[in-house]
Design a protein around this ligand. Structure first.
Ligand code: AP5
Length: 226
């Protein structure tokens, strides 16, 4: 039998397999919004490579500085950089009971790297028309302190421009500019859609219609999990 790689996640026989979940879908589909709710419900971490990379960029680490240039333009950060940061996060104790991966993998090569670290049991594909995405992203605002995500139309803060939780002034992500969003959508079609096809051939994908309210999508996510 081939030995597991040294950095492979140790699985427990009692681990419910459904807890290794990947969320796939275009930018603005609501992956982060639903991942946070689901993580709370299941008691497992929400691992967002976008959030990890943005945190590294804010901290001014060498990796963060390099990643920031790609992110601002809406391009993918090189695979090796993202894999390093993800591998470290997956090795943390709280991820051993399962995880919700949001934003990784994003291409076929990343899926192959992930498979060498840990299996995936379920892929939830957030399906939504592009016209809705552009509207959602242009209205998104984020709290730089606690990470809460708002939408000026669908989930506005109680006090204009400030986070409900800690009062921090909200910001707009640099990659939510019109030009970066166009690039992100093109990158999604080119790099991530083939990955969706790959996971489909493996029988892992469940489609979640991602239009409608946050609560409606939440109910569909729960129904899709088996
Ligand atoms: P990342 O942070 O992963 O961004 P993304 O995939 O583009 O997804 P978003 O965060 O934009 O959208 P979401 O689907 O989470 O939607 P949200 O819930 O916020 O990646 C950013 C960048 O990092 C990449 O471009 C790349 O440069 C780099 N990167 C990350 N991972 C990488 C990787 N693996 N390899 C290489 N590079 C990588 O919702 C959007 C808005 O809609 C919000 O305002 C929200 O309030 C609202 N909303 C959500 N649901 C609903 C609903 N049902 N009804 C109405 N409004 C809703």
């Amino acid at each position: 039998m081939t030995p597991a790689p040294a950095n492979a996640i140790q699985s427990s026989p009692s681990l419910p397999l459904m807890h290794r979940i990947v969320l796939l879908g275009p930018p603005g589909a609501g992956k982060g919004t639903q991942a946070k709710r689901l993580a709370k419900e299941l008691g497992i971490p929400h691992l967002s490579t976008g959030e990890l990379l943005r945190a590294a960029a804010s901290a001014g680490t060498a990796l963060g500085r390099e990643a920031d240039g790609y992110m601002r333009q809406g391009r993918l950060v090189p695979d090796a950089l993202v894999l390093g940061i993800l591998r470290e996060r997956l090795a943390a104790a709280d991820a051993h009971r399962g995880f919700i991966l949001d934003g990784y993998p994003r291409n076929v090569a990343q899926a192959q790297s992930l498979a060498e670290i840990t299996p995936v049991e379920q892929v939830l594909y957030f399906e939504i028309p592009e016209s809705v995405l552009v509207d959602r992203l242009s209205q998104r605002r984020n709290c730089p302190t606690c990470g809460t995500v708002y939408n000026l139309v669908t989930q506005p803060p109680r006090q204009s421009g400030r986070c409900d939780r800690d009062g921090t002034p909200l910001i707009q992500r640099t990659d939510d500019s019109e030009e970066a969003v166009r690039t992100r959508l093109a990158v999604y079609r080119e790099a991530t859609v083939p990955l969706l096809d790959l996971y489909r051939t493996q029988g892992l994908v469940r489609t979640v219609p991602a239009g409608g309210s946050v609560e409606e999508v939440d109910a569909r996510v729960r129904a899709a999990l088996h």
